[in-house]
Ligand binder design. Structure first.
Ligand code: SF4
Ligand code: SF4
Length: 447
């Protein structure tokens, strides 16, 4: 509202202008709150109220306490960001103007509100940022009883340490890409729904702040559309934005979730860190769909994560062959990132891999009935795409596997799986199944 009324940065008076804050403090302090009114450029008067702790030395002590509580709750790092993200607005506007958000209409609908936390939650003057490592604690090697190891590339090879310079887990995951009949679910989605895990713990953190430090107005966010998460996290020192657009940390790579608490508490911001991508372009070059159109710029419409999770309609024909065996999300740009050899295993059991979500064959997952899908994905982020979109994604992967499988005998179970869904009531799925079956026509690898 303040922006709409012509205030350029109303929070700065309490965050950065110590002299002015002290003057108000003297005149209008009310307990730990500052209250007052401002005259706007339009001539109107506006009331405001903020907590005053940053006007005192106790601010950094409070931040240290919040960070310690955050670590006790399983967060790997806690930072503090201000709310003036004006310098991020032109980039956001250009990204939206180019249509790179695809049919994620909510992104355009919120517009620049994403870069203005105080508009999203009036009274917000600081953002507590948090990151939590999610790499599953258990190795995620293929499960021999479910994986069909035969492919055009031959039997599955032991995957550990096959890629020079990569961590063992990276090599395991990269090897999956060479087994077209194996289904790949993005690593972050193999365990419990991170939205629930993070939101619950952020709420506990804000309750602790309210109980032990001061009453506060706040709201918790985790992967919520209106929040510029990476921008806030990078400004508060949780890492830098990599060329793949995700946040990177020198000691933790990028395999972590982000969350935020918007607060009406003026806390001193934590320091940003410098970027360390250097000349590397590995993520840009590996992307199967060329979705990273420039360093730090993603065309979501081409990104496999968007296509398999956010996009409800037909997957564009030109992109289907590029999806390979990804059926939910994509980690390719993170798998090749050299910083991810420092990625940390999760300390929480929540992110351990659920049965069937790593190392399963496409045929096995395509055979799940809707009831089985709902049972297996209860409490998982996968559930929200629904059974039909799940089958749509697997149908595309089956088509790709058919194209890459040399032996007619080995293609047979893939074709049978697809044929079993040819009469499915959902027209979108039927079209994807028909496309996948056509990949067998005039098969180039037929003996
Ligand atoms: S997630 Fe996959 S498709 Fe998306 S940018 Fe990264 S490599 Fe490309
Ligand atoms: S792969 Fe290279 S360029 Fe991409 S985010 Fe990692 S370090 Fe940066």
């Amino acid at each position: 509202m303040a922006h709409q009324r012509g205030f350029a940065s109303p929070q700065i008076t309490v965050q950065g202008n110590e002299r002015l804050a002290q003057r108000w403090l003297g005149r209008q302090r009310c307990g730990k709150l500052l209250r007052g009114s401002l005259k706007g450029p339009d001539g109107g008067f506006y009331n405001w109220q903020v907590n005053t702790i940053s006007a005192h030395g106790e601010g950094s002590l409070w931040v240290a306490k919040i960070q310690a509580w955050g670590r006790a709750l399983g967060f790997s790092q806690i930072g503090i960001a201000g709310v003036d993200l004006a310098s991020a607005e032109p980039g956001l506007s250009a990204w939206l103007a180019q249509g790179f958000h695809g049919d994620m209409a909510y992104m355009a609908a919120h517009g620049l509100k994403r870069a203005r936390p105080a508009e999203l939650l009036p009274g917000t003057v600081s953002v507590i940022t948090a990151r939590m490592d999610y790499l599953p604690a258990q190795p995620t090697a293929p499960m021999p009883e479910t994986v069909c190891p035969e492919s055009a590339q031959g039997p599955a090879q032991p995957a550990e340490q096959t890629t020079p310079g990569a961590a063992g887990w990276q090599s395991v995951e990269l090897a999956r890409l060479q087994r077209p009949q194996e289904a790949i679910v993005s690593l972050y989605a193999r365990g419990r729904d991170y939205h629930k895990v993070l939101r619950h713990r952020l709420q506990r953190l804000s309750a602790q702040i309210a109980t032990e430090l001061t009453p506060l107005g706040c709201r918790v966010f985790c992967d919520s559309a209106p929040v510029l998460e990476v921008e806030l996290a990078s400004r508060s020192g949780l890492g830098w934005r990599g060329k793949h657009t995700l946040l990177l940390h020198r000691k933790a790579g990028s395999m972590f979730f982000l969350g935020e608490i918007f607060v009406d508490l003026a806390l001193p911001p934590t320091m940003a860190v410098s970027a360390h991508c250097g000349d590397c372009r590995a993520c840009i070059e590996v992307c199967p769909t060329q979705a990273i159109v420039a360093p730090g710029r993603l065309d979501a419409r081409r990104c496999i994560s968007y296509l398999t999770i956010e996009h409800a309609g037909p997957i564009p024909l030109a992109l289907r062959p590029l999806l390979g065996n990804h059926i939910y999300g994509c980690d390719d740009c993170q798998l090749v990132c050299p910083w991810n050899k420092f990625a940390k295993r999760s300390l929480l059991p929540d992110f351990e891999v659920r049965d069937g979500l790593a190392g399963s064959s496409l045929v096995a997952l395509f055979g799940w009935s809707e009831a089985e899908f709902l049972r297996r994905t209860e409490g998982s982020p996968i559930r929200r795409i629904g059974h039909e979109r799940w089958l749509r994604n697997i149908a595309v992967a089956l088509g790709n596997a058919i194209r890459q499988t040399a032996s007619a005998g080995q293609r047979q179970p893939l074709l049978q799986a697809l044929q079993s869904r040819q009469e499915h009531p959902d027209a979108l799925l039927r079209e994807h199944v028909a496309w996948a079956l056509r990949e067998n026509d005039g098969h180039p690898l037929s003996p």
